[in-house]
Design a protein around this ligand. Sequence first.
Ligand SMILES: [Zn+2]
Length: 289
Amino acid sequence: MKILKEYLAEAGNDGLAIGHFNISNLVQLKGILSAVKKTGVPVMIGTSEGEADFIGFKMARAMVDAVREETGLPIFLNADHFHSFEKVKEAIDAGYDSVLIDLSRENYKKNLEETKRVVEYAHSVNPAISVEGELGYLVTESSKVYKESFEIPSESLTKPEEALKYVNETGVDRFAPAVGNLHGIAANEPKLDFELIKKIRAVLPSEVAMVLHGGSGIPDDQMREAVKLGFNNIHISTEIRVAYVDALRKMLAAAPEETTPYKIYKPVIEAVASKTAEKLELFGSVNKI
Ligand SMILES: [Zn+2]
């Protein structure tokens, strides 16, 4: 089986994107997997620091190993938005395939130095580990559905010349810019800055994957354009969580006497599967990779 970097490069060359979906538990994983099985596409399963602590690092690794073995599909485990070297090290030492060291809220110098340290450690353990760094910051929090609208301050956006320097000096395999995207879902539609996306993609080395965070809530037409312009990895979390809790609330209300967890979670798994399938289709990778 190819390593993640090879799949991302392939996706980039073909103008497609690989999906990244977060999980907190086995129910989400089963839902995502049910969509992935039907399409056979490579996929990244992410755990944030909170999700990894909840599942357990070794348990997350074991779950993904089990589904890889069961399906034979290229399913990769990513430490998503880890905020310190120590925490990333925990993930690497537990056998994660991929990490995102997110120091985008720190000053440029600290972000650069610590990200470089993570890249060096990860690649010394296993050169196949894909490391992502982030420059520019997203103004909202992951996985929240906001009632308010957000204006994106221009100082939060990634500057192309800084991006190039950052990528070259840190040696990251994947780069996440801020280009008008938001974490979570805001009341207003996000407006991706396509000119900025083009400029950043143009300065990045071709072997570096470009990652779009906050994919939830981005309208389909903007998403297609973003993939076309070179985002070859897209993160979806909030929409999956919303599908999950909506289905769960509905099930609990409809069957208040039901006590069997696997029966309660059946419609939840189906809801997660259908949302995942919708996104995979949108990223263009179905039947292509
Ligand atoms: Zn993110």
